[in-house]
Write a protein that binds this ligand. Structure first.
Ligand code: ZN
Length: 409
């Protein structure tokens, strides 16, 4: 693999592609600015998608279309061995509708919401297509260029999921590359799987004094968290978990009717993630059973004894006594019920970068700033070499460029 990439980098056509990237740098910067200034907030990527599809068409990609979920697809045909290599960047930004997306340029830096993540990636795809054409590079496999929707946050990779699970090319995808993130000198080859839940415990609630002894969802939640703290996970493969955001209850003197907790589980190993997931589910069951058992053992205090300010029994009290006399005490109304484990996320963006090994180490840039000069060309060099290796640029002909027939000869 490393040898193949080295040969590709040494090839004449690859050098020509690099020259084209260098020459086209100002256009690349202009396209970053142009695309950044078309807002693409979460779940509202359509306008940018339409503009991006036009760019694909203008570059001569074939079968340009918006797929069933809104991804922009365009095919660059290779020698046609039936498979495709996907090269993607995401259309959406994390910034909400109404955010000012005007690009500010300071010297060699661009500042705007979403300019680096991932609008520069979109522009890089366009530059990459132009460079392949300019150098007359033909690949064994077709390259499917994709501007995908729903990468960020609650989008939960819905565009890429669709591409792999339902899209027309799903059976043909032999490799997947995406240009994303701010570390252009790193290539990520592994992913951290994650499962995210919001666990909600619900109970009947009640007054803290008068209903004392009623099951309390907060205790179940506390027991769940204490249990989580004792879960043991391996250091390798790296596996982690976190009880992160919690809430619920309505008043200091009320037993909550509802409390909730958001949980993040992660592992680089699917098996370990599964074990961790099972442990969490078991703890939820235990927490509910434990609190229901506690509530059952704990007598519902007689409100007449519990409330020092209690007045003589009124109608409500008599009704309550009849209710209790009917054997309903501790019945389902006083139990925790409807424990809801809403899965928030199945898998998230890979964030375990590995160094690109023999490929050039590149500069860093600021979170919302993309630095147009130089850096991206070097990033593109590393990237194009890997992608071409994936797309089957024949490495035997690497050194002299012979055998690399022009793509549109
Ligand atoms: Zn991104």
């Amino acid at each position: 693999m490393t040898q193949d990439v080295a040969r590709i980098i040494a090839s004449d056509r690859f050098k020509r592609a690099q020259e084209d990237l260098a020459q086209g740098h100002e256009r690349f910067v202009d396209e970053i600015i142009e695309l950044t200034q078309i807002p693409a907030p979460p779940f509202k990527e359509e306008v940018r998608a339409a503009a991006y599809a036009e760019k694909f068409r203008a570059l001569g990609l074939q079968e340009v279309e918006l797929d069933g979920i809104g991804n922009v697809l365009g095919l660059r045909r290779g020698r046609g061995n039936g498979q495709v290599i996907v090269v993607a960047a995401h259309l959406d930004t994390v910034f909400p509708e109404g955010t000012d997306v005007t690009v500010r340029r300071e010297g060699t830096k661009l500042f705007a919401p979403g300019v680096g993540d991932d609008t520069r990636g979109l522009a890089a795809l366009l530059a990459f297509i132009r460079a392949l054409d300019a150098a007359g590079i033909e690949t064994e496999q077709d390259i499917l260029f994709v501007g995908d929707v729903g990468e960020e946050g609650k989008g939960d990779l819905r565009g890429i999921r669709y591409l792999f699970e339902e899209g027309a090319y799903r059976e043909k995808i032999a490799g997947f590359f995406t240009i994303d993130g701010l570390e252009v000198g790193e290539i990520t080859t592994g992913a951290v799987g994650s499962l995210r839940y919001r666990v909600t415990f619900r109970g009947p609630g009640g007054h803290s004094l008068n209903a004392f002894g009623t099951v309390n969802p907060a205790y179940a939640l506390g027991s769940l968290m204490a249990g989580m703290a004792r879960i043991e996970v391996p250091e390798a493969p790296r596996t982690t978990f976190c009880a992160s955001v919690m809430g619920g209850g309505s008043s200091i003197n009320a037993i909550p009717e509802e409390v909730w907790l958001e949980v993040d589980l992660r592992s680089v190993d699917a098996g370990e993630l599964g074990k961790l997931d099972a442990a969490l589910h078991a703890l939820v069951e235990e927490a509910v059973a434990g609190e229901n058992a506690r509530g059952g053992q704990h007598p519902w205090r007689d409100p007449r004894r519990a409330d020092p300010h209690r007045q003589p029994p009124g109608r409500a009290d008599r009704a309550r006594e009849r209710h209790r006399a009917g054997g309903l005490r501790g019945a389902s109304g006083l139990r925790l019920h409807a424990v809801d484990r809403r899965q928030l996320d199945r898998c998230q963006h890979p964030h375990e970068p590995r160094r690109a090994g023999d490929l050039p180490r590149l500069g860093r840039h600021r979170r919302t700033g993309a630095q147009p000069r130089g850096m991206d060309r070097r990033g593109a060099r590393a990237f194009t070499a890997r992608a071409l290796r994936g797309a089957g640029l024949d490495p035997r002909h690497g050194g002299d460029g012979r055998g690399l027939r022009p793509a549109r000869a």
